[in-house]
Design a protein around this ligand. Structure first.
Ligand code: HAM
Length: 427
């Protein structure tokens, strides 16, 4: 037994990779279904891109100096000598596909969504996995802030349907290549003056990627970051106007948000709007979704100049805080049968009711009435239909209401009446 256990444990998936077990797969399916429905109604069509891409794709889009590219990608050389990476996110592959298949030519405004695994070699902890899932959406060719507003409306719609409480939308503008360099310069000069007090990571980052210093959670960096110059004061007139319009539109559409001038993203492609949806219940890994505008990415990857924006939800984090357990009904009816003839009659009744959309469980090969009742109880069935030899003879079966503790006799032939009784209890 022990030897068996040892063998199994050596075959466990790598750290940070998890099975999604049948007891929660219905929550995953429901989450995906809610998202697909909202995407369908908003004109976003699904794209499925490969899990492996050339490493260059991520280097060029996410940025060479980001943690994702520097430290977190699963990268290897395949048997043909190509350097490949398991996708750490979905935007770069979506943009690659957009350019490669000239998707923007068929419809000027182009909207897609994706659902799938992403891979980042981070330190696993609650809410942080090495294989995780994202549900993301991207909209191409809309330069107006209506794009970001629609994305946030979609996100709110998803969170509402999944009963997510205590979430906050945080918003910032990260400027554009016209205004960001001046800000970065000011930020670098400021950080230089506190160089010795910064953590080791930030001492390095302040030269390679100074914006990320603003996101540092190390104790020694927090007081320094508090007094750092804010990008908002350096936005060019176009970025500033965009940000004002975005805020006005959000207010008009009733989307609550707060400005977080320290919100910077771990991916380099953003221009102007950056946002995160933060959960107050999710612990330290509290961003359930994030996104923003990336007006230069398509062009920088070889496409036509194409403004674009998008978001991605971290599905594990979302499911962790979604309050949707009550969406999953227990069986309405458990068909309990005793003996071969009753079993056949029971299977027929079960299949008839299932065709009518009723969730029915069946006793299968359990022998005693007691053990079948035990299983019906465990499953939380609302009714139990008892078919034994006597019932087969008399043609009248017993329907037990497990909650009320009552029972009544119904004709075996009158399935319509049975269906009505069971369905009416749902209301
Ligand atoms: P991101 O902020 O890197 O953005 O990831 C989006 C979301 O994925 C996060 O807010 C979080 O919920 C989830 N996530 C990220 N890393 C992990 C992890 N290691 N374990 C569990 N969940 C994680 C992007 O990926 C952008 N592509 C979003 C985007 C789309 N921007 C524009 N379009």
């Amino acid at each position: 037994m022990n030897a068996k256990k040892t063998r199994i444990s050596t075959l466990q998936p790598p750290a940070g990779f998890k099975d999604i077990l049948p007891d929660i797969s219905n929550i995953w399916q429901f989450t995906e279904q809610v998202c697909r429905e909202i995407f369908d109604n908003s004109g976003y069509k699904e794209i499925r891109t490969p899990i492996l891409e050339k490493t260059q794709l991520f280097e060029r889009s996410i940025g060479n100096e980001t943690d994702i590219v520097q430290k977190e990608m699963y990268t290897f050389t395949d048997r043909s000598g190509d350097t490949l990476s398991m996708r750490p996110e979905g935007t770069a592959p979506a943009v690659r596909a957009y350019i490669e298949h000239s998707l923007g030519l068929t419809e000027q405004i182009f909207k897609i969504y994706y659902i799938g695994q992403m891979f980042r070699h981070e330190r696993p902890q609650k809410g942080r996995l090495r294989q995780f899932h994202q549900i993301g959406a991207e909209i191409f060719n809309v330069k107006e802030p209506a794009a970001e507003v629609e994305l946030l409306i979609i996100l709110n719609g998803i969170f509402d349907k999944l009963n997510v409480k205590n979430k906050r939308v945080q918003l910032n503008s990260v400027g554009c290549p016209d205004c960001r360099p001046e800000y970065l310069n000011k930020l670098r000069i400021f950080l230089e003056s506190s160089h010795a007090k910064l953590c080791n990571n930030c001492q390095r980052r302040m030269n390679t990627n100074p914006l990320r210093v603003l996101d540092c959670k190390e104790e020694e960096c927090i007081p320094i970051i508090k007094t750092a110059p804010v990008i908002m004061d350096y936005l060019c007139s176009l970025c500033s106007e965009h940000f004002k319009k975005l805020q006005a539109l959000l207010k008009e559409t009733g989307i609550a948000f707060e400005i977080n001038t320290k919100l910077v993203r771990g991916l380099d492609y953003y221009t102007r709007s950056a946002f995160e949806i933060i959960s107050e219940t999710g612990g330290s890994q509290n961003a359930i979704a994030a996104g923003g505008r990336y007006d230069n990415l398509v062009e920088s990857m070889g496409g036509e100049p194409t403004p674009a924006a998008g978001f991605a939800i971290g599905v594990e984090r979302l499911i962790d805080i979604a309050d949707i357990k009550n969406k999953f009904l227990n069986p309405l009816l458990f068909v309990l049968s005793l003996g071969a003839a009753a079993s056949a009659a029971g299977l027929k009744i079960a299949s008839n009711l299932r065709e009518r959309g009723i969730y029915v469980e069946f006793g299968y090969n359990e022998r005693s009435l007691k053990s079948q009742l035990r299983r019906a109880n465990k499953l939380g069935a609302r009714f139990v239909l008892i078919i034994g030899e006597n019932e087969m003879k008399s043609g009248a079966v017993t329907l037990k209401n497990m909650e009320a503790g009552t029972q009544e006799s119904i004709s075996l032939k009158d399935i319509n009446h049975l269906a009505e009784l069971v369905i009416s209890s749902k209301k």
